[in-house]
Write a protein that binds this ligand. Structure first.
Ligand code: GAL
Length: 467
């Protein structure tokens, strides 16, 4: 946290754990290997079997919100093709499959009436995983709020804590007999920041006045969701998945160092610390003290939940500097593309050192039992040529990041699993179909799948030695 970009390498002392010769065995036989997905990005079938609109359906219909006017009405058609796609999970060698439940398939009115057809679909998906020897991991909420709830204020309305608890209980009842691993929320910071403050994501609300109530209701919901599941499913393993990025100040000036601490509070500390009983990170970002306006008696206790694991989702590091032009935050990011560092197709810094540092940072919390990388991956401009998708950049990215995970693990970080993002090229939110993150290429005109070379690399890497 106190280094400049150039010094960064030297001061972290980061060097790969096993240059060039990574093997599955290095991670131990209990390490979990999975691939992650999200309902809205892959399912399509948005009006089938009683599903109601979610906020992303409505957002995508608005002009100019999604690149190239893309929408997810079909997406990867996973709703119908899940059987073949689970075969691909197996072919790639993954034993764990993370998917999310679409709230508006289960509860088309947001709460109250249960849509049995929605439950039946996820039952089929779960049963198929089990039949193939793949362990299902459920994410309850990956950003697709039922539009009817948004009409009542969505995450701005404190009643969402009850609505979410009801939804969590229904899922726990329906799927808990077969699903042992649960993730309550996916990246709540993106919901609060992009969905309700900058408006880049659905529901597209803007204004800093939304930020604190939405953060508080998400933080209450993550804990409440955890409690609901634990009560119903005492043997389940319950986690929460948060975005995180190692933050580096652009210079050693006091202003830049303070800006980096503020960014760290928002990007890394905001959702884990209240759950651990530490409250919101006001020390680094005093603006957060205003959250008390939304707190009620007993909330500090209500925010706590002892998760079995924390899911970390890490893609890049960030460099920040102080800025007078950005009220409230008083900082701006120095884009990787201006820093002469390697980047992915989306201009995100490729930083295995950042993965290593962030794992170390989270390991320092008392009360974190276990860490799992629940997402990590990269988008590049892939093309099919002669039936093949050659993507050396992605393969190198995965190797370098896995190496960083291994180094942290070898130094005592309690990391027990890794999920690649993602199985299929899919609807990448505001980027539409322009950003391809899959290990499997999807031709969105024909729905044809082609395993990329990086996917084949994973298959080789994950193959267990013959007994
Ligand atoms: C995460 C998100 C995923 C995926 C990924 C790549 O923030 O949870 O749904 O879009 O980023 O951008």
């Amino acid at each position: 946290m106190t280094t400049t970009t150039n010094q960064h390498k030297k001061e972290t002392g980061y060097a790969p754990a096993t240059p060039g010769s990574l093997s599955r065995e290095d991670f131990g036989s209990n390490f979990k290997w999975g691939v992650a997905t999200a309902a809205y990005q892959i399912e399509g079938a948005v009006h089938e079997d009683g599903r109601s609109d979610c906020v992303w359906d409505v957002f995508a219909r608005k002009k100019g919100k999604i690149r190239n006017g893309d929408h997810a009405r079909e997406a990867c058609d996973f709703y119908h093709r899940y059987k073949q796609d689970l075969e691909l999970v197996k072919e790639l060698g993954f034993e764990e499959f993370r998917f999310s439940i679409s709230w508006s398939r289960i509860l088309p009115d947001g709460h109250g009436r249960v849509n049995q057809a929605g439950i039946d679909y996820y039952n089929r998906l779960i049963d198929q995983c089990i039949a193939l020897g793949i362990e299902p991991w459920i994410t309850l909420y990956h950003w697709d709020l039922p539009q009817v709830l948004e009409k009542s204020g969505g995450w701005k309305n404190r009643r969402i804590v009850e609505w979410f608890a009801e939804y969590a209980a229904i899922c726990g009842h329906a799927f808990g007999d077969r699903v042992r691993h649960w993730i309550v929320l996916n990246e709540p910071m993106a919901v609060a920041g992009l969905g309700y403050t900058t408006g880049e994501h659905a529901p597209g609300n803007t204004g800093i006045h939304n930020f604190l109530p939405v953060v508080h209701h998400l933080a209450l919901s993550q804990a409440e969701g955890g409690r609901v599941l634990r009560r119903l499913l005492p043997d389940a393993r319950i986690g929460n998945a948060i975005s995180c990025s190692y933050v580096v100040p652009n210079s050693q000036s006091a202003a830049d160092v303070r800006a980096a601490r503020r960014a760290d509070a928002l990007m890394n500390r905001l959702f884990i610390e209240p759950a651990l009983g530490l409250g919101y990170p006001k020390d680094a970002f005093p603006f957060l003290s205003n959250i008390k306006r939304f707190m009620r008696e007993g909330d500090r206790e209500r925010l706590k939940f002892d998760f079995d694991f924390w899911g970390l989702q890490n893609y890049f590091s960030v460099v920040v500097q102080h800025s007078y032009l950005a009220p409230v935050m008083w900082l701006k990011e120095v884009p990787a593309t201006l820093r002469n560092v390697p980047t992915t197709g989306l201009g995100w810094e490729i930083s295995p050192a950042g993965m290593y540092e962030i794992l170390k940072q989270f390991q320092r919390y008392n009360g974190v039992r276990e860490l799992i990388i629940t997402e990590n991956g990269a988008a590049f401009k892939d093309k099919v040529k002669d039936g093949k998708v050659d993507d050396p950049g992605r393969q190198a990215y995965y190797q370098a990041y896995l190496d960083a995970v291994l180094k942290a693990k070898n130094e005592g970080v309690n990391i027990t699993g890794y999920f690649a993002w993602t199985l299929l090229d899919n609807f990448e939110w505001a980027h539409g179909y322009s950003a391809r993150f899959g290990l499997v290429f999807v031709d969105f005109k024909t729905q044809e799948r082609t395993v990329k070379e990086s996917g084949k690399w994973f298959a080789g890497f994950l193959k267990k030695p013959e007994m």
